[in-house]
Design a protein around this ligand. Sequence first.
Ligand code: KIV
Length: 255
Amino acid sequence: MPKVTPAEIRAMKARGQKIAALTAYDFPMARLLDQVGIPFILVGDSLAMVVLGFPDTTHVTMGDMEHHVRAVARAKPNSLIIGDLPFRSYETVPKAVENARRLITAGAEGVKAEGGREIIEQLRAITAAGIPFCGHLGMLPQHVIEEGGYRIKGKKESEYQALLADADALVETGAFAIVLELVTPPVAREISKRIPVPTIGIGAGPDCDGQILVTPDLLGMLPWFSLKHVRPKLNAAEQMRAVIQEWKKAVCPTC
Ligand code: KIV
């Protein structure tokens, strides 16, 4: 796979080629995803929950994100590396640009932030600074505390209208792709047909232009989280426990 750029991600939609995206937070996973030819690696702020042990993504700092973006970038993948701007790191336009630049300096090749029209000035400034931007609409995990849970979006008429307007605004302002999280499948399909940039769905049905998963969820590394939108393809936690148990027994048969 030649080096993937944001333009190539857009071109994949134009060619009708589906986009397989996954998260990575460290060097070995970035290397594995690259070897498999995953074109889009997200260093997601899901880092909070799947690596750092926090209850939600609002706890991740810029320092955490930079540290993990650097680790992923050291794998020098041909995959495009996108870094998540964490909670409250893009509250104002100057903050958004400064923090997007920090992720780029750490090795990201673009940034993602959650929201639509309410962050459009931040998006405008980030793209004006020459930094590729991926949007994120639907369920916004950085708002989980104020929303009181992870709810599917797009069922109510007001949510449907807001999603369409937000998707249009992100595209007009220069987003090269949009993650759609927990958006009802018919609405995700409509947005995917409506906009020229790829939609990358998570729990948003099969008709997005691509799909993204949190890699540890796909691999069954976190059996304590049960998610409706992903059935693990491997029981990695169980297999690791068994190997560690066997090794422990070999070291200490009476333990
Ligand atoms: O942080 C993350 O892993 C994400 C995915 C849910 C898309 O934003």
